[in-house]
Design a protein around this ligand. Structure first.
Ligand SMILES: N[C@@H](CCC(=O)N[C@@H](CS)C(=O)NCC(=O)O)C(=O)O
Ligand SMILES: *[C@@H]1O[C@H](CO)[C@@H](O)[C@H](O)[C@H]1NC(C)=O
Length: 219
């Protein structure tokens, strides 16, 4: 019997992007349902009664919640494709540590970025750059965070790419100049169709931020 896979999704959600990338890398056929988060579906409330958030993966009727837990689940269930998580326990713990670290960076819509005025943006940018520096050190001279191939940490981090343009414009700096290795990593990842088709482009994300700031009346 074929697997029935449904993703409760929201297209600009960085957490949902992680799941879409993992599903694409594993070649899983999935029905994607875009949620209206201001008017959540009964299905979402039933499937994630604790947090009431997306993403939720529903596999043969059973829900799995929390993006990193979902990515790990996908990795274990669709194990005919190369594993995303390293098999070595230490390497695995290391990948999970940095994925957890990435959580606070991944949220592009952190109210701070959306609603902050100029001075607050400077603080947010400084912190963002410090985090990028730490990540670049982790990447080192590897092709991917996972090594020769894209792995768990790459999937966890990839959504930050969609916010690069936004950060550059509000922070007045160039990722390419200050973080050349991360910039090269981003382009390498985007060359993979499973990545590029799973994430929105940067212009679209920038447009969304501009629109939301206008709506909120932030100068
Ligand atoms: N830790 C969760 C975060 C999920 C999350 O924050 N989802 C947001 C969209 S980006 C959401 O569903 N928000 C709806 C709400 O808060 O009511 C994960 O990794 O899946
Ligand atoms: C909320 O969603 C329900 C069903 O999905 C729909 O019938 C209803 O019109 C929506 N309400 C608003 C205010 O959009």
């Amino acid at each position: 019997m074929a697997d029935e896979v449904v993703l409760l999704d929201r297209w600009p959600s960085p957490y949902c992007m992680r799941v879409r990338i993992a599903l694409a890398l594993k070649g899983v056929i999935c029905e994607i349902k875009d949620e209206d988060l201001s008017n959540k579906s009964t299905l979402l409330l039933q499937m994630n009664p604790v947090h009431k958030k997306v993403p939720v993966l529903i596999h043969n009727g059973k829900p799995i919640c929390e993006s990193l837990i979902i990515v790990e689940y996908i990795d274990q269930v669709w194990n005919d494709k190369p594993s995303l998580l390293p098999s070595d326990p230490y390497q695995r713990a290391h990948a999970k540590f940095w994925a957890d670290f990435s959580d606070k960076m991944v949220c592009l819509y952190s109210m701070s970025l959306l609603t902050s005025k100029r001075e607050e943006l400077e603080v947010a940018t400084k912190e963002f750059k410090e985090n990028l520096k730490l990540l670049e050190e982790q990447l080192g001279d590897k092709h991917y965070f996972g090594g020769e191939e894209l792995g768990f940490l790459d999937v966890a981090l990839l959504p930050i790419i969609t916010g690069f343009k936004i950060r550059e414009i509000y922070g007045k700096f160039k990722i390419e100049d200050e973080f050349p290795k991360l910039f090269a990593w981003a382009n390498r990842c985007l060359q993979k169709e499973s990545v590029s088709k799973s994430i929105p482009d940067q212009e679209k994300m920038y447009g969304l931020i501009v629109e939301m700031r206008k709506k909120l009346g932030v100068k």
